[in-house]
Design a binder for this molecule. Structure first.
Ligand SMILES: NC(=O)c1ccc[n+]([C@@H]2O[C@H](COP(=O)([O-])OP(=O)(O)OC[C@H]3O[C@@H](n4cnc5c(N)ncnc54)[C@H](O)[C@@H]3O)[C@@H](O)[C@H]2O)c1
Length: 327
C-alpha cells in the first residue's frame, strides 16, 4: 500500500510511519519547509515531499498516486487569541485542502487525527466520555478539530469519500512520562501540575504551597477536599499506532469517530508515589480547594468495533521511559 502521512515528523507521525514502513508499506510524508525533522524522516525511509497543507497545490501533489491518507499534520496551540488565525489556516484550511484533494483523487481511506479537546473534558456532562458526548470545546484548537471532523463527514456524506476519525487523548512517548518536558510529565511534575492548581485554586493558594526560598518538590499529588486524588486518562503513542492502523484497515471504521485512549484512567494517588519511588523523586501531597481534574474516556466503541486493545498503562510507560533514559 502507498500511504501519505501528514505530520510525519511529529510525535505520532514519526512512530506511525516507522511502523508502516516496518510492515512493508510505502510511506510518503508531507514535511514543512525548514522542518528540523526532515533528515530524520528520510533516514526512517519516508519518501519526503516538502510542502504546506495551507497550500492547495501541496495538498494535491501529496495525495497524487497514494491509496490511503493518515492526516496528522496540525498546530497544537493553546491560550492567546492571536494564535487563532494560525490554527484557522493550518488546521481548518489545511484539512479542507487535503480532504478536497483526497476526494478529487478518489483515495481509498483518509483517517483524521481529532482530539479529546472536542469535548469539554474538564466540564464533562458525564463520565466516562463516550463518542456521543456533546462536542462543545473550550479551546480554539478544539474548535478546529470539530471543524475538521465536520469537513470529513461532509465529504463522506456528499461525495462518498471513505473517512474515519480518531479522537486522541493526550499522547506521550514513554520518555515523556518521566520528564517534566514531556506531554504527560507536564501533568505530573510540580511546575507543570501547578499551572492547573493556579488556574483552578488561584495564585494566593498556589503561592502558599511552595513559599519563596523553599525548594519545590519534584512531583505533585493533588487531592480534592474529600481526599480523593485527581484522575487523568492519556495514551502511550504505541497504542495510538495500533489504533490508527485499525482505523486505516478495518471496514467498520468508515464514517465513524472513535475515542483512542489508554487502557484505563489513572489516579494521581497511585502514579505519583510509584514514579517517585522508581525515579528517586520527591513529591508534595496536597489538598486543592477547587474543582478537581477528573478525565476518563470510554474506549468501548473502538474495542468492540475494531478490536482496539491498548497494551501500555501508565506504569508500563514509566518503566519503559526510565529504562530508555538510563541506558
Ligand atoms: N499529542 C497529543 O497529545 C494529541 C492529542 C490529541 C490530538 N492530537 C493530534 O494528533 C496529531 C499529531 O499530534 P503530534 O503529537 O504528533 O503533534 P506534533 O506537534 O508532534 O506534530 C505535528 C506535525 O504537523 C506538522 N504540521 C503542522 N502544520 C502543518 C502544515 N500547515 N502543513 C504540513 N504539516 C504541518 C508539523 O510539522 C508536525 O510534523 C495532530 O493533529 C494533533 O492535533 C495530538
Amino acid at each position: 500500500m502507498k500511504l501519505l502521512v501528514t505530520g510525519v515528523t511529529g510525535r505520532v507521525g514519526r512512530n506511525f510511519a516507522r511502523s508502516m514502513i516496518a510492515s512493508g508499506h510505502d510511506v510518503r510524508g508531507l514535511v514543512l519547509p525548514d522542518d528540523p525533522g526532515h533528515d530524520g524522516a528520510i533516514e526512517d525511509g519516508v519518501d519526503v515531499l516538502v510542502g504546506n497543507l495551507r497550500d492547495p497545490e501541496s495538498a494535491s501533489a501529496a495525495v497524487a498516486g497514494v491509496d490511503k491518507i493518515m492526516h496528522l499534520g496540525a498546530m497544537m496551540l493553546w491560550g492567546s487569541e492571536s494564535m487563532n488565525p494560525t490554527l484557522m489556516d493550518d488546521n481548518i484550511r489545511g484539512t479542507f485542502n487535503l480532504v478536497h484533494a483526497a476526494s478529487e483523487a478518489k483515495i481509498d481511506r483518509i483517517v483524521f487525527a481529532s482530539s479529546d479537546e472536542v469535548y469539554p473534558s474538564l466540564l464533562a456532562k458525564y463520565l466516562p466520555i463516550d463518542e456521543s458526548h456533546p462536542r462543545e470545546p473550550y479551546s480554539f484548537y478544539g474548535l478546529t478539530k470539530v471543524a475538521g471532523e465536520e469537513i470529513l463527514q461532509y465529504y463522506y456524506r456528499a461525495n462518498g469519500l471513505p473517512i474515519a476519525i480518531a479522537r486522541f487523548a493526550l499522547v506521550y512517548e514513554p520518555w515523556e512520562s518521566v520528564s517534566p518536558k514531556g506531554t504527560l510529565g507536564g501533568f505530573l511534575f510540580y511546575d507543570g501540575a501547578m499551572r492547573f492548581v493556579r488556574s483552578r485554586a488561584g495564585d494566593a493558594f498556589a503561592d502558599s504551597l511552595a513559599p519563596a526560598g523553599e525548594s519545590a518538590p519534584d512531583l505533585l499529588l493533588p487531592r480534592d477536599e474529600s481526599g480523593t486524588p485527581w484522575m487523568f486518562h492519556c495514551v502511550d503513542v504505541r497504542d495510538i499506532v495500533q489504533g490508527l492502523t485499525l482505523l486505516l484497515e478495518r471496514p467498520e471504521a468508515v464514517g465513524q469517530a472513535f475515542n483512542l485512549s489508554g487502557p484505563a484512567p489513572f489516579s494521581y494517588g497511585e502514579v505519583i508515589p510509584y514514579l517517585a519511588e522508581k525515579a528517586g523523586l520527591t513529591y508534595l501531597d496536597a489538598t486543592i480547594p477547587a474543582q478537581p481534574i477528573r478525565i476518563h474516556h470510554s474506549i468501548a466503541k473502538a474495542r468492540a468495533l475494531l478490536g482496539y486493545d491498548p497494551q501500555h498503562d501508565v506504569f508500563r510507560s514509566i518503566q519503559d521511559g526510565l529504562a530508555a533514559t538510563t541506558t
